[in-house]
Design a binder for this molecule. Sequence first.
Ligand SMILES: Cc1cc2nc3c(=O)[nH]c(=O)nc-3n(C[C@H](O)[C@H](O)[C@H](O)COP(=O)(O)OP(=O)(O)OC[C@H]3O[C@@H](n4cnc5c(N)ncnc54)[C@H](O)[C@@H]3O)c2cc1C
Length: 371
Amino acid sequence: MSLLPAATDVFIIGGEPAGLAAAIAARQRGFAVTVADCSVPPIDKACGEGIMPDGLAAAAALGLDLRQAGGYPFRGIRFREGDVSVGAAFPQGSGLGLRRTALHSYMVERAAAAGVQMAWGARITGLRDGAVIADGRTVRARWTVGADGGRSLVRRWAGLDGCERDSRRYGFRRHYRVAPWSEHMELHWADAGQLYLTPVSASEVCAVLISRDPRLRLDEALPLFPEAARRLAGAAPAGNERGAVSASRRLDSVCRGRVALVGDASGSVDAITGEGLCLLFQQALALARAMESGDLSFYEAEHRRIGKRPELMANLMLLLDGRKRLRRRAIRAMAARPRLFAPMLAMHVGEISPLSFASNGLALGWRILTT
Ligand SMILES: Cc1cc2nc3c(=O)[nH]c(=O)nc-3n(C[C@H](O)[C@H](O)[C@H](O)COP(=O)(O)OP(=O)(O)OC[C@H]3O[C@@H](n4cnc5c(N)ncnc54)[C@H](O)[C@@H]3O)c2cc1C
């Protein structure tokens, strides 16, 4: 049922995590907020469903305790290729495997409690000066926020499609009914791509295949990851396979006039980082602050700053994708000296700076060259 006011302070297009996070942050700054989405809750999406400790901390800064939504904790990350594996625990705290539908239901509930007006099943078809066209009606808004995902129309309407870079891979997700066998989120590597496995409950694991081949599906790819295939053998799939594009995209700009983009609409890092949700929680906070000050240039600068570390991590990890010899050497070297892997994980979740990582990275580089 679509409930649209005649006017609002902030109109947010898209009611998935980015839109709801932006709405909650804006309400906390006293704005009247409307969120509209053409789908109805709970909305599902192909996602690895792993939230890193920094993502949980970013959500907490918005007043969201994602553990209340359910899910299953994981202590760290494990890389595996063939029979070689290396894992490390996060320097602090744990991550959380959380089904997207559970995340969505929780965020909808929190947004409602914060006083956000939500219009589900409402399609936005255009922007006018200081207004949004929703279900054929005009809604006036002081600020308009595009949280309408990777294929954002708001981005196009606002003339923000210009990109510094844009590349894509393809992700397919399915849940399996099996008890988690590890305290880690696992990233399995093969020449064809990566399979990552996140425990999401005491009886369910989420599997995501990411590759450069849009036709490669989980069933066909599983034998390429023998250890994962062994773990999932006999486990019943829970639900259908669902696909999504994993884009690495940096826009020239994320704001124009009184329109701002947030979440995947505003650019994204490859799914391999598991940082998409963390990024959008941080962006939501920065955007609300900028709207309160009446100047979006703060958000423009913050958005760029927030994206730097995940972009660096994505570049490092994608360096190993498609470079078989380098990848095998790197994983073997880290497996021989697991304490080389820990700093990489610490940088991934923002616990150490890229500079401090670089000094460890040199040691790793030397090790790779000499193994
Ligand atoms: C394969 C894969 C695995 C991933 N794994 C992880 C992970 O493990 N951890 C992590 O943190 N991140 C992960 N990510 C990233 C994460 O899923 C995204 O960053 C996140 O879903 C982006 O949310 P969003 O709200 O910006 O966009 P979306 O979730 O795409 O939501 C956009 C919403 O806008 C609505 N909409 C669009 N157009 C209109 C319109 N005209 N009118 C009304 N409504 C509209 C849509 O209905 C939709 O609900 C993964 C991504 C992929 C592709």
